[in-house]
Design a protein around this ligand. Structure first.
Ligand code: GLU
Ligand code: ZN
Length: 308
């Protein structure tokens, strides 16, 4: 069975993948493979200071261990500066980007407290009508957002809407050091790779309206989105990358096989009873509709030794 479905996993190599990242990888893999679609791997290593080769190696190792295979060449964002530059030029020709010389501290100060929401401070549009030249400061580039509410229907979270102008404001598409922003790179790459469905953690749901605006401004088609709820630690915090207990090698050291880990990831997603199973076996009959919509608490006892 083959279909036109194209999924992807796009981790940032800033630490070892934790079980929440692996769960997103598994669900993305399942949603593509269940219908005979393609599954791509992209390394989001835009930030040269935070990206490490050891973490790239760790990503390959974990995915291979779990049997989550990908098609074709791995895409590295660090090698795609030219592609992002071309997209920025297109936006610039359309009058949709402008230079900004505000420092982070200035944006924070200008954004009055009630507006400083979940998305960080609302950019108040200081440089919208021309940036004040500042000696020795290279400008970043901001996207001129469109007014109005952006609506989408997420395949897991359901209807979602955001007024980007009022909640985020004009956002960065290129940093002052010339590196493209996550928001720009992700839409350019998903479109270039022909991705039809983005499956990722729901911490990125609130970035999606920004990404839809960018896609629209670039004349690119939008994929479907499926944001999966986060895995939480017992204290209610998100799983953190630095906690070695929550990684595939951490579990392997405690005797978990790939099937044990896949079984746990599946159970936390509302798929199955937690018994050992391979990713291939789970793909038969997989439907995103079956994925649990509430955040799941991972109990430390589940990670001490393999259950069955
Ligand atoms: N690189 C992002 C992360 O690791 C994910 C980007 C995406 O899936 O759109 O959190
Ligand atoms: Zn500015």
């Amino acid at each position: 069975m083959t279909s036109g479905e194209v999924g992807r996993f796009a981790p940032s190599p800033t630490g070892r993948l934790h079980l929440g990242n692996l769960r997103s990888a598994l669900l993305g893999w399942l949603s593509a493979r269940a219908v005979g679609g393609r599954f791509l791997l992209r390394i989001e290593d835009l930030d040269p200071d935070r990206s490490k080769q050891a973490h790239v190696d760790g990503i390959f190792e974990d995915l291979e261990f779990l049997g989550l295979d990908w098609d074709g060449e791995v895409l590295f964002q660090s090698k795609r500066a030219e592609v992002y530059r071309a997209a920025l030029e297109q936006l610039s020709r359309a009058g949709r980007v402008y230079p900004c010389t505000c420092s982070r501290a200035e944006v924070l100060r200008a954004a009055s407290a009630p507006h400083a929401g979940e998305e960080g401070p609302l950019y108040p549009g200081t440089c919208r009508d021309g940036a004040e030249p500042k000696a020795g400061r290279r400008p970043s580039l901001r996207f001129r957002v469109a007014p109005g509410v952006v609506r989408l229907v997420d395949e897991v979270c359901g209807p979602y809407e955001q007024d980007v102008e009022r909640s985020v404001g004009d956002f960065l598409v290129q940093r002052a050091d010339g590196v493209a922003s996550y928001q720009l790179a992700v839409v350019v790459d998903d479109a270039a790779s022909g991705v039809t469905r983005v499956v990722r953690g729901d911490d990125l749901l609130s970035s999606t309206p920004r990404q839809l605006q960018l896609l629209d401004a670039l004349g690119l088609p939008a994929p479907r989105y499926a944001h999966v709820p986060l895995l939480l630690q017992e204290d209610g915090k998100r799983l953190a990358k630095r906690d070695g207990a929550m990684t595939a090698p951490g579990l392997r050291a405690r005797g978990f096989t790939a099937q044990h880990i896949i079984g746990l990831l599946a159970k936390w997603s509302g798929l199955g009873d937690g018994g050992p199973i391979s990713a291939r076996e789970l793909a038969a009959g997989f439907l995103l509709d079956k994925v649990r919509r509430e955040p799941t608490v991972v109990h430390e006892a589940e990670l001490l030794a393999p259950g069955r």
